[in-house]
Write a protein that binds this ligand. Structure first.
Ligand code: AMP
Ligand code: MG
Length: 417
């Protein structure tokens, strides 16, 4: 057996970040920037009003109230040719350019306009520059907007759009092939014959990939035949940035995945017994010619998902150029016992966690354990990492990986859960 950390180091040692591609800005959301972008325009690009109100000279309204003459009105999208002089103001709307001569804005609610609309009484002292958005306040020309490694967020995408940027160099979302293996598998819509089961790993992984912003490719189910597996893996490396298979990596008579990956990708291929439960058997291989990593996960459905979280998801994020590879892991209070025996392995136990009124995150419940019990983990939102030992009792603190942070909130928009 090797440790979880050793297994993970083995995986990460061979990975390379995907080559950059140029993408239309709108398609770059969630991707990692591969080059530097600098601002070519100031933002805001011109000094403008932050409020609907009156553009004026602060000097004129150093006492209050003060009556000013209205000389123009400026709407957003317009500009005024007028120079605001002493004792004058223009009506101005949010986003409209500040007219020459004016240096401050008084919000509409702090002013009273005469019945004839020609004068306005400013009801308060207006500090210099009040309610004015200065050109270049957010960005100046030449300022670095994007550095390689930055993730394109919605706000960054908008800031780039505001600069007139139309394309960006990004690392593509990895295209990840998923294939399941096993003579017992039938497709989801098919009736079951004796000893057959419906393939659940493939839809699970395809969905998990999609949820993680990756691009899944369904490579189908493959029979437990070395020839069929060889063909499937060989074909996948050309058009997949990574390949995940499930099943066929343990000690069974028909477990050919590890054999075939070993043949195809020696010397990189490694069949491991990782000191974790579930998910102990794991095969990793790396195709030097295409740079495609192959993840041979254990076939039991819960083992598959644990392997995905511990090995595959962080590795795929690495390929995508992410610097934040791991899910958040944090201390949580156990509201139940976690029973386990010493066996030299880290146990990974799905659970349901919530933020309680004490401000701490509690693991309220642990899922029934069994690597075949897929439905038992359907509502889990964390994975408790139980180091080798005699387990934990209620009130103990454990470390757990957060699988769904939104589901940690005890209070929802519709009230308490
Ligand atoms: P294996 O690792 O191939 O020995 O499979 C271990 C267990 O997982 C067996 O009970 C398989 O039937 C089951 N299994 C393997 N692949 C799948 C799959 N794609 N969907 C559901 N169960 C599977
Ligand atoms: Mg099998």
């Amino acid at each position: 057996m090797i440790t979880l950390e050793e297994a993970r180091s083995l995986v990460f040692a061979s990975l390379k970040v995907l080559a950059p591609v140029r993408r239309p800005l709108a398609n770059a959301i969630g991707l990692v920037a591969a080059s530097t972008i600098v601002a070519t325009e100031p933002a805001p690009s011109f000094t403008n009003s932050a409020m609907d109100g009156f553009a004026l000279r602060a000097h004129d309204v150093a006492t209050s109230p003060t009556r000013l003459r209205i000389v123009d009105v400026v709407l957003a999208g317009q500009s005024s040719p007028i120079v605001v002089g002493a004792g004058e103001a223009t009506r101005i709307m949010t986003g409209a350019p500040l007219p020459a001569g004016a240096d401050s804005v008084c919000a509409r609610e702090d002013a009273t306009v005469d019945a004839d609309g020609r004068h306005v009484t400013i009801e308060r002292i207006v500090p210099l520059g009040d309610c004015v958005r200065r050109a270049g306040e957010d960005l100046t020309i030449g300022q670095t907007l994007v550095r390689p490694g930055d993730v394109v967020s919605a706000a960054l995408l908008g800031a780039l759009a505001a600069q007139g940027v139309t394309t960006v160099d990004v690392r593509p979302a990895p295209r990840v092939g998923v294939l399941s293996t096993g003579n017992e598998l039938v497709d989801w819509s098919a009736p079951l014959g004796p000893g057959q089961i419906r393939d659940s790993n493939r839809p699970t992984l395809l969905a998990a990939l999609r949820q993680s912003g990756l691009e899944p490719i369904d490579l189908g189910a493959v029979r437990d035949s070395p020839t069929a597996l060889r063909e499937a893996f060989d074909g996948a490396r050309a058009h997949c940035d990574a390949v995940i298979s499930t099943g066929g990596v343990s000690a069974g008579d028909a477990d050919y995945v590890k054999v075939v990956l070993g043949e195809l990708f020696a010397p990189s291929a490694r069949s491991m017994q990782v000191a974790i439960r579930p998910g102990k058997p794991f095969t990793f291989a790396y195709d030097e010619s295409t740079g495609t990593p192959f993840f041979g996960l254990a076939g039991n459905p819960v083992s598959t998902l644990v392997g995905f979280e511990l090995f595959v998801r962080p590795a795929l994020r690495f390929l995508a150029g992410r610097r934040d590879l791991e899910r958040a892991t944090m201390s949580m209070v156990l509201d139940c016992d976690l029973v386990r025996q010493r066996d030299g392995k880290i146990h990974l136990v799905h659970g349901v966690c919530r933020i309680h009124d004490d401000g701490l995150v509690h693991v309220e419940r642990l899922a029934r354990r069994g690597s075949h019990l897929l439905y038992a983990i359907a509502d889990a939102n964390c994975l408790v990492i139980a180091p080798d030992g005699d387990g934990f009792v209620t009130g103990d603190t454990v470390r757990a990986m957060v699988l769904d942070d939104g589901a940690m909130n005890a209070v929802t928009a519709s009230g308490r859960r």
